[in-house]
Write a protein of this length. Structure first.
Length: 373
């Protein structure tokens, strides 16, 4: 079957954001500050990382001796190496997400945020644009000024992008409206008009992706990110944003997918039981809106396949999360081979989940797949 990975990562050149901003914006964007014996990587005024200047670089390896995150694989930075790894994994095409750029919405200065997003988007276009039948380019959208957001959606569409990232989670105190706020209407209207899928990649938007310390923290910090998609989709549906723009599509990436059925049924339950309090009234049930407009990627999450009678199989997209340790590299073929074991499922649904759903959603231009726009 045709296999499309709905989650893969590339690494930008180390100084892409440091060197790309004009001098007037550098202190507001991603930059380095040295003080008190430490080297700070900053997103505007927010600290991304801190390292003692004289400290030896920290090296974390797994049981096989691989660097954590596998950032040194050729396929993270080179197209030729990436194509080799995809062939090894049995993956025909994929959508690619950034590394450093995942956290650009931490930049609160609107013009520095916009400039940084454009730097990445232009680099992404040059890096992946020569292989449109293999790689889906996904842009980054600025979110601290929605006029900038809309203008970048329009610009990306003009470059042929079919996907762009919004924060997976909006937290209190960030100066960004929650997703149930009508202020998002121009953004989703533009997404609908220009056919750009709004992508919520797990972990983005969080102030601290390692906030939980102590026993179980390593598990808690990653697992809790599955709640990001649930939180944001709940707001987009209940607040009426997706209902007002039925052509706008949203994809939750690396959040798992089994929660989508539970969310749809829970929202339908309360939409009916608390109807006297519900505002705004929706033209469809929450479950119907979710089935029409929301997709989720997953790696090992077989429960979502079993609950597809609620979400439909069309909502589900498999992804490898290359090259990360929580992903399926280098055993994607084995994972895919056993993904449907013991599940009563048609070959059509298998093909959709493994590749065709994502290929259609992101309009991958492969004529042999007969993908409708």
């Amino acid at each position: 079957m045709f296999v499309f990975s709905a989650d893969g990562h590339i690494a930008e050149p180390p100084n892409l954001f440091l060197d790309g901003l004009p001098p007037s914006l550098q202190e507001h964007g991603m930059h380095v500050e040295v003080r008190d014996g430490f080297r700070y990587m900053m997103y505007g005024k927010k600290i991304a990382s801190k390292m003692a200047i004289n400290a030896a670089p920290r090296k974390i390896t797994d049981a096989n001796g691989d660097d954590f995150g596998r950032a040194n694989r050729k396929g993270v930075r080179e197209i030729a190496g990436r194509l080799e790894d995809m062939e090894h994994e049995g993956i025909d095409a994929e959508i690619c997400f950034p590394s450093q750029g995942l956290f650009l919405t931490k930049i609160e200065h609107p013009e520095a945020e916009l400039a940084s997003a454009r730097i990445y988007n232009d680099w992404n276009n040059a890096f992946l644009g020569g292989h449109p039948d293999t790689f889906v380019r996904c842009g980054i959208l600025p979110v601290h000024d929605f006029e900038n957001t809309v203008s970048e959606i329009k610009r990306l569409a003009g470059l042929g992008f079919t996907a762009a990232m919004l924060p997976s989670l909006i937290e209190n105190g960030q100066g960004i409206p929650f997703y149930n706020d009508g202020a998002w209407d121009p953004v989703f209207e533009a997404a609908q008009q220009y056919g750009v899928v709004m992508v919520l990649h797990t972990g983005t938007g969080r102030e601290d992706v390692r906030a939980h310390k102590g026993p179980g923290g390593a598990i808690i910090n990653y697992t809790i990110q599955a709640c990001d998609g649930m939180h944001s989709i709940m707001h987009l549906v209940a607040g009426g944003v997706l209902d007002r723009f039925p052509g706008a599509k949203v994809a939750c990436i690396e959040s798992g997918a089994s929660w989508l059925a539970a969310l749809a049924e829970r929202m339908d339950e309360v939409y009916d039981a608390h109807s006297m309090f519900v505002q705004p009234k929706l033209s469809l049930t929450p479950r119907e809106i979710i089935a029409r407009q929301v997709s989720c990627s997953f790696q090992y999450d077989r429960a979502c396949i079993m609950s597809r009678s609620v979400t439909t199989a069309k909502a589900l997209m498999w992804g490898a999360d290359y090259p990360h340790h929580e992903g399926t590299w280098p055993r994607s073929k084995q994972v895919v081979a056993h993904l449907f074991d013991g599940i009563d499922i048609s070959d059509e649904d298998k093909a959709d989940i493994l590749g065709l759903n994502a290929a259609r959603l992101f309009r991958l231009p492969r004529p042999e797949l007969a993908i409708a726009a």
